[in-house]
Design a protein around this ligand. Structure first.
Ligand SMILES: Cc1ncc(COP(=O)(O)O)c(C=O)c1O
Length: 453
């Protein structure tokens, strides 16, 4: 199989960096200016991770494209890493948000939109009761609290190399594959405790390991993406979720399906596509087209069990909720998004485009015999540097190649295509066109040819 020459890779990255600097003078100037007011020169630390010596600063974004401060136009396959899976600023959402902004943004009182959204979520995911937060991280944290409270168990279980937002318990990996001992994930900043105290970690797609972990009878909940999407895309094996669900029931643990990314599988996420039967479900990011908001829902049984334990007098100090959560503006954005943007028809447009992307990348991987693969999940696709799709987090993580990834991203960026900075992911939105995908299908072979000749 073809291998990558590292000297050549470094040389090409330097060449692409030079091109990037020459063509982005305004972004460079903003970045220099930001050094004296923003920590690290960016408003949020992840923004340092983009390929290239500085991030591009954005002037405007619309649909599947955005324009930077140097007046360059880009096809956006990152889409705010799913926050803008609706496309940027869908007009119907912009109108609803503008209207609501003039009529009261936040009141700590419900609006009619909240009822409409609750009913819609009930229909989409099949879970009867819903609550709102500002971020998917918060929704996960609150779902975990509920699980701990009603099971009276201390631990949660996550899959190795998962990502569920900045949830302390989830920054845990298998530190010693031999014993399965858990430790803080590399890069974990100031962990409040060693996550071994709060978290059990097993590999995805390993039912025996899951059962061993649940057998301790101390796991309140499994927090899981139905398919892993944050360490490449890792699909569940046949029958995995049916069996995992039964194990959770047998050992008294709840199942939280985090559909924040896997909503790409369809209007009701993987939960509907694959008939999953979670006790709680979390969905954030694009639910309001990027206006901050997220939700968690639960079964009738969970609702009854938690209601029985929460007393009215204490309900504002129990560690669940937030002053701005469930605000009128978020709910107006969610209603417009669910009613008009993330519709069944939109998925019928997006999913074939993800297939088109996948086919284009797969054809080039085959043509040059690279030991890479590409996997599609609904409207999302991702290539990883392993010959076969990885089966679990450790396998996928071991195949990551930061330098190679950065070169491919910068090469695409210099030619007007933005991929997600943390991996090789492409996401479709309702405004993405075949021409957008075909642009990537042309650039990707050019990049690989540059690497190999
Ligand atoms: C699966 C999943 N859940 C939750 C989150 C957290 O979302 P947020 O950062 O908006 O809180 C993320 C973020 O990437 C995610 O990928």
């Amino acid at each position: 199989m073809t291998t990558i020459d590292r000297t050549r890779l470094h040389h090409l990255y330097a060449r692409e960096t030079q091109l990037f600097i020459e063509t982005h003078p305004q972004s460079a100037a903003f970045y220099r200016r930001a050094q004296s007011s923003l920590l690290g020169g960016v408003p949020m630390n992840w923004m340092k991770k983009w390929a290239g010596p500085f991030p591009i600063f954005v002037k405007s974004a619309n649909g599947a494209h955005f324009v930077d401060v140097d007046d360059r136009d880009y096809i956006d396959l990152c889409l705010g890493d799913t926050g803008a899976m609706t496309g940027h600023s869908p007009p119907v959402v912009a109108d609803a948000v503008a209207r609501r902004a003039r009529e009261g943004i936040t009141l700590m009182l419900p609006t009619e939109d909240s009822v409409w959204v609750g009913e819609e979520l009930r229909g989409r995911f099949g879970l009867p009761f819903w609550q709102f937060t500002l971020t998917a991280t918060d929704a996960n944290r609150f779902a975990i609290r509920i699980a701990r409270e009603i099971t009276q168990r201390p631990k949660i279980l996550v899959f190795n190399y998962c990502y569920h937002g900045t949830v302390d318990e989830s920054f845990a990996t298998i530190a010693d594959p031999g014993s399965g001992a858990v430790g803080p994930r590399r890069g974990n900043i100031g962990p409040p405790v060693n996550p071994a105290a709060t978290t059990r970690v097993v590999e995805f797609n390993d039912l025996a390991a899951l059962e061993s972990a649940l057998k301790h009878n101390d796991v309140a909940c499994i927090l899981a993406e139905p398919a892993m999407t944050n360490v490449g895309i890792i699909l569940p094996g046949d029958g995995y979720w049916r069996a995992a669900r039964q194990l959770a029931r047998r050992y008294g643990s709840l199942l939280i399906a985090d559909e924040t990314h896997t909503i790409c599988a369809g209007p009701g996420g993987c939960t509907r596509e694959w008939n999953l039967d979670p006790d709680l479900l979390v969905f954030g990011k694009p639910i309001g087209s990027g206006i901050p908001g997220a939700t968690y829902g639960c079964t009738e049984e969970v609702a009854q069990r938690i209601s029985a334990r929460v007393h009215l007098e204490d309900c504002d100090v129990g560690g669940i909720g937030g002053t701005l959560a469930g605000n009128a503006l978020s709910l107006a954005a969610m209603r417009a998004t669910l009613e008009h943007v993330l519709t069944a028809a939109a998925f019928e447009h997006m999913i074939p485009l993800a297939k088109r992307f996948t086919d284009g990348v797969a054809a080039q991987i085959r043509a040059v015999n690279l030991p890479w693969n590409v996997t599609q999940l609904g409207a999302r696709a991702e290539y990883t540097f392993t010959p076969r799709p990885p089966r679990d987090g450790a396998e996928s993580y071991a195949a990551s190649d930061f330098e190679l990834e950065r070169f491919l991203h910068l090469y695409a960026l210099n030619r007007g295509v933005l991929l997600t900075p943390f991996h090789n992911m492409a996401l479709m939105c309702p405004a993405t066109s075949k021409a957008d995908i075909d642009a990537h299908t042309k650039i990707f072979p050019d990049a690989t040819r540059a690497l190999l000749t």
